[in-house]
Every structure is written in structure tokens, then in C-alpha cells.
Design a protein around this ligand. Structure first.
Ligand SMILES: [Zn+2]
Length: 302
């Protein structure tokens, strides 16, 4: 009999990453496909990913031990239902039940950022309390405490992007104004630097290197916002490590250096902050890791 493998999936707004993990938690197969939107499309995408992993691991799809799915939106883990996942055009979908019916496998759901926190802690070998800061189009965080995800009583733990902080009071998709998400996220970067187009993070560093002053200022605003998020997470949870992930992690070492320098500047003026050793807690997720898919597999029941 072949070894039991767990499937993990990260269903995102444009792409879906899927992995198969062995019992030790190592990735033995991975694939990526475009996400089809809407309830039927998301279900099709998940089924397609399972068939592809079955092909890659030379087994029948029914032989997998479990399927864990990380997906944006509000998750009811008990019912296996995702709600309000607007970037994949899903208002409500009983994804766990439907996918389980069509594949015969045990399926569990998790919020994508919580899944990424679990995956990052595993892939980076982090113990203790880990806060994962997702700097994507939006802004949110996920938590792992001594190896266990912290989801909160209503699955809202980590939605720090909607703390209103900015006196410029830019409108936020949540209906409030001046949210942290409007100062530290991919969408914030777009407003700081409209010339950067739809994916400003991809060209920001090269524009700065070419002497673009507006790009430099946008980067500085973004760094300050991200440093503020790190400070918030440390004050709220006192984690051993804050991992920076999400699309803007591609800014890599310049982002990490900028955040640490900013935290050091704030700490120089505050004995209280100095004690917290903020900069030493921050790391950036390695760029090629499928943290959310791996974390979803680990959180799946098997
Ligand atoms: Zn908001």
C-alpha cells in the first residue's frame, strides 16, 4: 500500500496552489492552476487540483488521506462553509461537503491567512508563538501559538487591517475610513504610487534603483505602515516571531531592512519599545514557499 499523503490547497483570487505532503510534512508533489471563479468554478478548481496531484503521485484520487483548503473569506470550519469571499465571487459555498461528496475524501477549510501562518511556522522551523502578517492586496494576520492555530471565537482573529488609524481617512472596502489596510498593503501602495500600475510591488524596487523619487516615497510610506503592523502584533500577542508574507514579500530584504530600521528609530525614542526588541522578531517568508497550501494540508484532518 502506498504512503498516506495529505493534500493542501491555497485557493486565491487568480491562482490555486496545491501540494501533497507525506507523513513527515515534506512536500512530495505540487501544482498550480488558475482559479475558476464563482461557486461552481471554485469546486471545479479544487477537483482539478486533486486529479492533478493524483496523476503526479501515481495513485487514485481516493487514496489521499485528507484535503485541507485555505481560502479567503469567513470560514465556518464546523460546517465546512466559506462566506463572503468576494475576490473569488463566492457569497456562500459549502465547499467541504460538496468536495467530499464528489471525491470521497475528508475535506476541511481554513482561512487562507491562518493556513499561511501554520505553513510558515512549519516551513521556517519556528516554534513558540508566530504572527504571520499578510501584506497582500489587503492586510490581515494569522496566528500560531505553540504549534496550534489561533482562530478566535468567530474566526475574525487577525483582521487588523480594519483598525482605523490614519487621519487622511481614505475609504476602505470594509466601509470605514483610514483603516490600517489603506496605509500598509498592495492597494495602499497603488494609491501612494499610481504610476506603478496594477502590480506596483513588482516594479517598485527597480523604479527606486532608477532614481524614481515618487517610488522611493511610496516605499517609505509602505515600510512605515508595515512597521506599525509589526508593533501592533507584538503589543497584542507578544509573538516570538513576526513573519512578513503575502504578495509584497517579494520586496524581500529591502522591505525587511526598512521595517527594522523604522522600528529601531521608534525604539530609540522609547525605552518601552526598546525593551520589546521589535526588529529582532521580524522575518520575511522565503519567496518560493507555498505556505498557505502546506499549512492547509497540516490543518486538514487525517
Ligand atoms: Zn477597513
Amino acid at each position: 500500500m502506498s504512503e498516506a499523503l495529505r493534500i493542501g490547497m491555497d485557493i486565491g483570487g487568480s491562482k490555486t496552489a496545491a501540494v501533497a505532503l507525506d507523513l513527515s510534512g515534506a512536500v512530495v508533489a505540487s501544482t498550480q492552476l488558475l482559479t475558476e471563479r464563482g461557486p461552481d468554478g471554485v469546486l471545479d478548481t479544487a477537483e482539478h487540483a486533486i486529479r492533478e496531484l493524483a496523476r503526479l503521485t501515481a495513485r487514485s484520487a481516493r487514496e489521499f488521506a485528507s484535503v485541507g483548503i485555505g481560502i479567503p473569506g469567513q470560514i465556518d470550519r464546523e460546517l465546512g462553509v466559506v462566506r463572503n469571499a468576494y475576490n473569488i465571487d463566492v457569497a456562500r459555498l459549502a465547499l467541504a461537503e460538496l468536495l467530499s461528496e464528489s471525491t470521497g475524501l475528508t475535506v476541511t477549510l481554513d482561512n487562507d491567512v491562518t493556513a499561511a501562518a501554520i505553513g510558515a511556522a512549519h516551513l521556517m522551523g519556528l516554534s513558540g508563538t508566530v504572527a504571520y502578517l499578510n501584506l497582500g492586496t489587503g492586510l490581515s494576520a494569522g496566528f500560531v501559538v505553540d504549534g496550534a492555530p489561533l482562530r478566535g471565537s468567530h474566526g475574525v482573529a487577525g483582521e487588523i487591517g480594519h483598525l482605523a488609524v490614519d487621519r487622511l481617512e481614505r475609504p476602505c472596502p470594509c466601509g470605514q475610513r483610514g483603516c490600517l489596510e489603506t496605509v500598509a498593503s498592495g492597494s495602499a501602495l497603488k494609491t501612494y504610487w499610481p504610476a506603478g500600475g496594477d502590480h506596483p510591488g513588482r516594479i517598485l524596487l527597480s523604479a527606486i534603483a532608477a532614481g524614481d523619487a515618487e517610488a522611493r516615497t511610496a516605499f517609505e510610506y509602505l515600510v512605515r505602515g508595515a512597521a506599525n503592523c509589526v508593533r501592533l502584533l507584538v503589543l497584542a500577542l507578544d509573538p516570538h516571531t513576526v513573519v512578513i508574507g503575502g504578495g509584497l514579500r517579494l520586496l524581500g530584504d529591502p522591505l525587511l531592512d526598512g521595517i527594522r530600521t523604522t522600528l529601531d528609530e521608534w525604539s530609540a525614542a522609547s525605552p518601552f519599545l526598546t525593551e520589546l526588541q521589535l526588529g529582532e522578531r521580524v522575518q520575511v517568508l522565503p519567496e518560493d514557499s507555498s505556505a498557505a497550501a502546506v499549512g492547509a494540508a497540516l490543518a486538514g484532518i487525517s
